[in-house]
Design a protein around this ligand. Sequence first.
Ligand code: ATP
Ligand code: MG
Length: 358
Amino acid sequence: MSKKIAMLPGDGIGVEVTKAAKQVLEAISETYDINFEFSTYDIGGSAIDQHGTPLPKDTVKGCKGADAVLLGAVGGPKWDQNPSDLRPERGLLGIRKALDLYANLRPVKGFKQLVHASPLKEEIIQGSDLLIVRELTGGLYFGKPSERQDNGNAVIDTLSYTKEEMERIIDKAFQSAQIRNQHLTSVDKANVLESSKLWREIVEEKRKEYPDVTVDHVLVDAAAMKLITDPTDFDVIVTENMFGDILSDEASVLTGSLGMLPSASLAENGVGLYEPAHGSAPDIAGKGIANPIAMILSAAMMLRYSFALNDEANAIESAVESVINQNYHTADLNNENGQLVNTEEMTRLIIQAIKSVD
Ligand code: ATP
Ligand code: MG
């Protein structure tokens, strides 16, 4: 098997963590006899510097022609004062739109070794392991009109969805539940919102197609509370754009650090884009101390969701877990009992663990 991967390192620690993920994928390629063909393209601030635009045409073309895209992070103080069309984030929003990435998947897993890094209690973090499936291209953030009215004395934002837009994200969530633990929690506000009532009807219709999956409906306010009081109640959560935005940031507290959180953004039949939840971290860029795990776990998601290479994805995830369980940690994780390592050492430990399993 051979797969084409477009690499978009971007800016700051994006460059350092994509290098780490590439090394891990090369180890997978050696261990499992899969061929990865990497091509690197510019995006964000570094693309502005070299091509005068945050999203060069070549980058879009390269991503569309690839089987999957791995993205580091964009942005940094150097470009903060740029006019809006020359801002690094334009590159990120532009590539998401160009690839029509409507489904955002964010797995969250709590490790007991990392409890020091989280304000939550050990009992709550331990054993939490869930996936948030968020709709990414509809709802309140894209509804028109969104404007001031009545000379600025009134405002309107619009929450709109078509049935098709809801169906495709709900389908994606059911399929994700099937490859995890067959338990889906649909989060809405069906006691108030018309959009949530239709959402709930569609979930009820769709569950007939996935009889192996158990379904719960939870109102978003209750879900927000349960997420940090009893996260083990959840396995896969599916929700619309804004609810998902808020809940996924809330859930990130369970892991202890942004440096642990991967994400996948998927299109209907197109290419998927995989990136860490964190940004370019200008405060630590160039020091070689960034935690590469979010990016490495994003590469594992790529293997699972774009290439159906589940054994290989599991191998990466188990390797990360075993290194964390041996109490190794990067600077962001603040594990008082552990051994501090840098980006390169963490990557090497993970590769070692992958190779020793086989
Ligand atoms: P953006 O606007 O791009 O989302 P941000 O302002 O939210 O960026 P991040 O770049 O994500 O910020 O960084 C937030 C904090 O977390 C910083 O102090 C950064 O150093 C730290 N951080 C983020 N990612 C990592 C990582 N992989 N390893 C270590 N520290 C990290
Ligand atoms: Mg941020």
